[in-house]
Write a protein that binds this ligand. Structure first.
Ligand code: ACO
Ligand code: OAA
Length: 371
């Protein structure tokens, strides 16, 4: 047996959703740079699920379906009040709430294509309501009902704060959603595909994916980056902090990637946004610390920043609580997870690799009294 630790370089499936070739990321053949500058997140959802950009009528139908399905069952809202609220990480709350949502979907176990598409809409529509409602309930505030006249991005920020975002905030948040939507066979997407390849349901697949995204080597890195920036505190402390970490062979969060070698193409868009938003909100120090960390880690370790690095200061500038950064990643990535889950169902085979056994050789059972 040849063991490939971490499945590095192993091609485990075919997919027509997104690709990373020579450090270029495309969704269904469209360059991420083009999409980041021009597309709305609603268009991206349609693109990933249908493998083509929507025309006006298709886009307005999807937008309407998302708006109509955004409300949460009262039972899910009530459930938040039962959590040990101060101790619960929003990713754990989200993982639990998505699983719970499945209990209130009468079609949860229906596996036909149309039912799965209806569930896809419901999940994508409700996940922003879950994240924002949890965030408010834990602060003792009432959830804000979704509006039907706002874009997906604006609605999220509105439900979070209760105030309509400015055009600059809406544009930045939309771009962040577009950039995080899909990424080939990353760990959480692979998890979703492994789960549903047993012919389990879509709620189980998304719940499993959220669990995988939560870890700091994957989506959890954006929150860890913000923690690092707070810990460093000022530009003057960056050099000693980074040198110390690297000397101790500790990882700097937000750097490195399993697939990209020259750099993550999404990071440059977030870097531009970080500069703009930190300046606009009088928090330029966060951008200045970030670029200094970037210079040091890139020059000393040849490790460029990934999508999680500059997104931290972007979300911070938008006034978002730091432990909501990874749930926001999940709100966007749900579009990609769903696309992959539906693709897996279309051409399914159980995913079941092997392990090389390294335990003891054959042993004889000894009854407990004789041990
Ligand atoms: C959305 C996303 O999931 S993007 C990734 C988000 N995760 C992070 O930002 C966490 C920090 N980065 C990392 O832990 C890694 O770079 C990963 C997990 C992203 C990729 O991991 P792998 O491909 O398995 O690389 P691996 O962890 O084996 O690292 C290879 C070498 O680079 C070093 N390295 C990798 N990333 C970093 C880092 N961020 N800081 C310092 N050193 C690093 C490792 O220490 C290792 O060095 P060694 O060969 O001297 O032991
Ligand atoms: O592809 C990966 O391994 C991680 C990543 O960048 C993502 O999921 O966006």
């Amino acid at each position: 047996m040849t063991v490939t630790r971490g499945l590095e370089g192993i091609v485990a499936t075919t997919s027509s959703i997104s690709s990373i070739i020579d450090d270029t990321l495309t969704y269904v053949g469209y360059d991420i740079d083009d999409l980041a500058e021009n597309a709305t997140f609603e268009e991206i959802i349609y693109l990933l699920w249908h493998r083509k950009l929507p025309n006006k009528a298709q886009l307005s139908e999807l937008t309407q379906q998302l708006a109509e399905n955004a409300s949460l069952p009262q039972e899910v809202l009530e459930h938040f009040k039962m959590y040990p609220i101060n101790d619960v990480h929003p990713m754990a709350a989200l993982r639990s709430a998505i699983s719970l949502l499945g209990l209130y979907d009468e079609e949860a176990d229906l596996m036909d294509e149309d039912a799965n598409y209806r569930k896809a809409i419901r999940l994508q529509a409700k996940i922003p309501s879950i994240v924002t409602a949890f965030s408010r309930v834990r602060k003792g505030l009432e959830p804000v009902a979704p509006r039907t006249d706002l874009s997906f991005a604006a609605n999220f920020l509105y439900m979070l704060s209760g105030e309509e975002p400015s055009p600059v905030e809406e544009e930045a948040f939309n771009k962040a959603l577009v950039l995080h939507a899909d990424h080939e066979l990353n760990a959480s997407t692979f998890t979703a595909r492994v789960c549903v390849a047993t012919l389990s349901d879509i709620y189980s697949g998304i719940t499993a994916a959220i669990g995988a995204l939560k870890g700091p080597l994957h989506g959890g890195a954006n929150e860890a980056v913000m923690k690092m920036l707070k810990e460093i505190g000022s530009v003057d402390n960056v050099e000693s902090y980074v040198n110390n970490k690297l000397q101790n062979k500790e990882k700097i969060m937000g750097f490195g990637h399993r697939v990209y070698r020259k750099g993550d193409p999404r990071a440059k868009h977030l870097k531009v946004m970080s500069e703009r938003l930190t300046n606009l909100t009088g928090q330029a120090e966060y951008y200045e610390m970030s670029i200094k960390i970037d210079e040091l880690v890139t020059s000393q370790k040849n490790l460029p920043p990934n999508v999680d690095f500059y997104s931290a200061s972007v979300y911070h500038s938008l006034g978002i609580d730091h432990d909501l950064f990874t749930p926001i990643f999940a709100v966007s990535r749900t579009s990609g997870w769903i696309a992959h889950i539906l693709e897996q169902y279309e051409n399914n085979r159980l995913i079941r690799p092997r392990a090389e056994y390294t335990g003891p050789g054959m042993q004889t059972y000894v009854p407990v009294d004789a041990r």
